[in-house]
Design a binder for this molecule. Structure first.
Ligand SMILES: Cc1cc2nc3c(=O)[nH]c(=O)nc-3n(C[C@H](O)[C@H](O)[C@H](O)COP(=O)(O)O)c2cc1C
Length: 136
């Protein structure tokens, strides 16, 4: 069963947004927020956060980290993290997981998509992993 989930993303050139939209469509999760135009309190009624960022300098985007730092307490809640990148993802998930943990969230899965130019096909495999995790 898919829990009460929302999808949060930041995307400068559209790749991570496409990933977020594919997750939304495949998992039938209607709540999708661009974190640059959303207040962190918007997530307070969701049990599961699915949060995505592009990789910038082997790290999560500054916007994603700043947003997580302002999240309401997520004690007992869960997170799934996703990213898009071109070559090397570096410490993106280590950093994001640590920030989520500080807010009380336990991260149960991290998935990524790597490409220069993305098509929907690039998101199929990582989204299957999310489906498997959320339906087991
Ligand atoms: C400032 C900047 C830094 C980047 N640093 C990395 C990096 O360290 N490793 C990598 O694989 N890709 C890097 N990229 C490529 C992006 O992660 C990749 O194109 C991503 O899919 C962009 O997502 P978006 O379209 O959602 O913004 C960088 C891109 C930019 C603009």
């Amino acid at each position: 069963m898919v829990m009460n989930s929302c999808i949060l993303y930041v995307s400068l050139t559209g790749n991570t947004r496409k990933f977020a939209e594919n997750i939304s469509n495949e998992l039938k999760i209607p709540a999708v927020f661009d974190i640059t135009t959303t207040e962190p309190t918007a997530v307070k009624d969701f049990d599961m956060i699915i949060l995505g960022t592009p990789v910038h300098g082997f790290n999560p985007s500054k916007e994603s980290v700043a947003f997580i730092k302002r999240l309401p307490n997520g004690e007992g809640k869960q997170a799934i993290l996703f990213c898009t990148y071109r070559l090397w993802k570096g410490r993106v998930f280590g950093k994001l997981k640590g920030e989520m943990k500080k807010r009380g969230y336990s991260t149960i899965l991290c998935v990524s998509a790597k490409a220069k130019e993305f098509t929907d096909n690039d998101f199929v495999e990582p989204i299957q992993k999310i489906v498997k995790t959320l339906t087991k």
